[in-house]
Design a protein around this ligand. Structure first.
Ligand SMILES: Cc1ncc(COP(=O)(O)O)c(C=O)c1O
Length: 455
């Protein structure tokens, strides 16, 4: 007897969650796909940390150090240590005390470890905060534009609208911030928080000066809005000068929710991040709780707890350096510093002539710089750049929800060697010169695909 095969289950994208049709996902997929198709291209696109100092052999040592910490400082016996590392664990995490020490040593941020939730990367922290703060569809979050795509993605998942606030040479346009808050309120919206990366931002590389930070804190107070400070790059300052304090270090009124990531200061594979949420929440019956505890309730339904083994490895790295991540990252800091210098001087050497119509910003640290070019820096230009010049970068337009960045590239220096940066800049020069030539029809080429931009 013939048996009829049942048809395979097939789903339609139209029936799946609308975030899966988000154009931002498509652009990022395109970037990954182009990077995969041109593996030999020089990539200024990847915002990953350098891999030179990754050390697999250190992992057992880190684990052992964390076990010793549990035994000595937490007075745990063998069975308790085993349970802490291998069993389901504390939702708020097990390296909160070490992170509090790090925050004090590296950032002069003084917080009670109980206000910290250790998360699966900073990405989970963003989602938890947005999900907790946005109670209804009228609740919105403001974010500096151009914005880190992880924030916009997390907001979409949390069902929370994002309103842009313009950047300017001081990092953020405070007037526009106030205007956007007023505009949102006049439309019946409730702005809950303002997200920004005050130090060496992704994607712009910009930082806020001290005056702007203080003004922003007092404006946030006046407006009754929380600030979400995301700080994955703060330790990577390009010079030896004193660092501008973080918003959280300046915060005396629990106005700032601080988002931390160990992806760049430990390694991304551990997927360890955290949030400091020391805000008090009136919980009825005259009880108050910490926002951190509310976030941990959401976390318990999302990832239950951050893998203790990953936390133990990160904890061991912290312990090895007395919880000082500046000390732990001396080699990385020097490498990023050197690379940023090579990039900025290389841009000056090649593009100093105004005839080339190229300009760039000069970040004081971090991984990223933004270059303005005389052609439309879109997906087609990226494809051509990869195919013909062996050069990858990220179109800045990917970081805007709407208009912006049409003629700009984000260049990341984090995974490249100095010689590759020089080589990559030579390729960028060839790309720019060819685009100018094809614009002026001086040289008819078979592939004049780069079209001149608007300005
Ligand atoms: C602005 C910003 N926030 C956070 C992160 C890191 O998030 P995670 O800890 O989830 O890797 C990144 C990494 O690229 C980033 O650029």
């Amino acid at each position: 007897m013939m048996t009829l095969q049942a048809p395979e289950a097939e789903l339609s994208i139209a029936d799946l969650n609308s975030t899966l049709r988000d154009p931002a996902l498509e652009t990022m997929n395109f970037l990954n796909e182009v990077s995969a198709r041109f593996p030999d291209a020089i990539s200024f696109a990847a915002g990953r940390p350098c891999e030179e100092y990754f050390d697999l052999d250190a992992l057992p040592r880190y684990l052992r150090l964390f076990e010793e910490y549990l035994a000595t400082e937490e007075r745990a016996d063998g069975a308790q240590i085993g349970r802490t590392l291998l069993q389901y664990g504390r939702t708020k995490g097990i390296i909160h005390k070490l992170l509090a020490r790090h925050l004090w040593l590296d950032e002069r941020i003084d917080v009670d470890p109980e206000t910290i939730v250790v998360t699966v990367g900073c990405q989970e922290a963003m989602f938890l905060v947005l999900h907790a703060l946005c109670a209804s569809k009228d609740d919105i979050v403001l974010a500096v534009s151009p914005s880190y795509v992880g924030l916009t993605g997390a907001a979409r998942l949390a069902g929370c609208e994002v309103w842009p606030v313009r950047e300017n040479e001081h990092g953020v346009d405070l007037e526009h911030f106030v205007m956007q808050v007023a505009a949102a309120r006049s439309q019946g919206k409730r702005p809950r928080a303002f997200y920004l990366v005050p130090d060496f931002a992704n994607p712009s590389g910009l930082s806020l000066d001290l005056g702007t930070r203080k003004s922003l804190l007092s404006l946030a107070e006046q407006q009754g809005i929380l600030l979400l400070e995301d700080n994955p790059y703060g330790l990577f300052q390009a010079d030896d000068g004193s660092r501008v304090p973080t918003l959280k270090a300046l915060d005396t009124t629990r106005r700032v929710v601080y988002l931390g990531s160990l992806a760049k200061t430990c390694f991304p594979g551990a997927r360890v991040g955290f949030v400091v949420a020391d805000q008090r929440v009136a919980a009825g019956n005259q009880r108050t709780e910490l926002l951190a505890d509310e976030l941990s309730k959401i976390k318990s339904m999302l990832t239950v707890n951050t893998p203790p083994l990953a936390q133990a490895i990160a904890g061991g790295r912290l312990l090895e350096h007395g919880c000082c991540l500046v000390q732990a990252n001396q080699r990385e800091i020097a490498a990023y510093r050197h690379n940023m210098r090579i990039l900025l001087s290389g841009l000056e050497q090649r593009f100093g002539n105004p005839r080339l119509k190229v300009s760039w910003n000069t970040p004081a640290g971090g991984f990223f710089a933004v270059v303005t070019v005389p052609f439309a820096a879109n997906s087609e230009a990226l494809e051509l750049s990869a195919r013909r010049y062996g050069l990858l970068w990220t179109p800045m337009m990917y970081f805007y929800d709407g208009e912006g960045g049409e003629n700009q590239l984000r260049l990341s220096i984090s995974v490249l060697r100095p010689a590759q940066i020089e080589d990559g800049l030579d390729r960028l020069l060839a790309l720019v010169e060819d685009s100018l030539r094809s614009t002026h029809a001086e040289n008819v080429r078979p592939e004049p695909t780069i079209t001149p931009g608007a300005g």
